[in-house]
Write a protein that binds this ligand. Sequence first.
Ligand SMILES: [Zn+2]
Length: 480
Amino acid sequence: MGSDKEKKFVEEITPMDEDFAQWYTDIVKKAELADYSSVKGFMIVRPYGYAIWENIQKDLDRRFKETGHENVYMPLLIPESLLQKEQEHVEGFAPEVAWVTHGGSEKLTERLCVRPTSETIFCEHFAKIVQSYKDLPKLYNQWCSVVRWEKTTRPFLRTAEFLWQEGHTIHATAEEAEEETIRMLNVYADHCEEVLAIPVIKGQKTDKEKFAGAKATYTIESLMHDGKALQSGTSHNFGDNFAKAFDIKYLDKEGKLQYVHETSWGFTTRMIGALIMVHGDDSGLVLPPKVAPIQVIVIPIAHHKEGVLEKSYEIKDRIAKVARVKIDDSDKMPGWKFNEYEMKGVPLRVEIGPKDIENNQVVLVRRDNREKITVKMDELENRIVEILEDIQKSLYNKAKAHRDARTHVATNMEEFKDIVENKTGFVKAMWCGDRECEDKVKEMTGATARCMPFEQEHVGDKCVCCGKEAKKLVYWGRAY
Ligand SMILES: [Zn+2]
């Protein structure tokens, strides 16, 4: 690897302050997370990107099972007649549905849609398997991909096909369904904050922003480095809307027929985009240790010198007992390797050369703040565990400080516009509850209602838009 090429490797990243969108795309490519495919809007998730998704999956799947859910798998295709059973739902999704019209060379008698989400197919199944209150609740989840024919796409954030999980549950009572909806929102929030180190605001969507066919949609919202919001996970309470459309009934204890109450909730690969945009810097990705495919990279210095490689492997084996570790003993220059693993956001680098061996120590370098820490050989495992925990916490605290610094209160539309255009970030403002004002805010500022937070505050008496009596505090923002 020549020095020109090493230099180029670093220069190819656009600084985030210069062009945030290009910086994002550069990281997706350079960190080898994803690539474009020959079908527009469909992305290839590369091994390193997929390994991040697997870590997200593992943690969420554990939390789903701990809360009593079972994994299932539903078919990819949904008959048109089934999709059309719930009117609001079909209207919400119809514009972005992909259709299968032929099987081989034969035209199908009924078009089949590639699932944009699977409520309808779950409902058809629930109607068949539920007869009595004894069959309830059903707590299902599936890991799969869905297709929504988006016109403008960006890797991870908005793609025509994306990976996700969709939970679908049915319950005997409205109260149980509501409890489930909130429980799963909390599962998402805990995962985001504890594993992805991304602080979230929990709240309810306005009627305008809620899921097609839902009675209530709850959401967690996070803030990216550029001050734009990202919807990070949603949980929907359908009440008995779908049960009525699909005739899902059960006999209660008194022998009376009742409709079930239903929920669904989803979490997607767009959160890999969030990891980039919350923690990344001008050298590339910065991954929280809990989600990092490689937590520690061992880089031998002058590895052709006697004993260096042996010692490096010995260290790697010791670290493997406490962390996900990899060694790079390739012939690339150490400087190239430093850049490479910084780009990939590996939380901790271990450097070991002849001098370190002589002094019975190694040098650790943190990715998040670049701090160099010399560690005695016999303290290696303990120090690594401690430092990884500290990185995890620091990343969360830094992201939270950033979000808090970019959360502003507006009491009139002048202030509102100034925040959106100049300060960026979340706008906290009171709202009267009318759709008209919500539309007008969007028209004037480009900001949408992100959520009505569960933790309501009182920052004024009047609607920020019309001046009428306010009903709710809303978090607003421009969003991905
Ligand atoms: Zn108003």
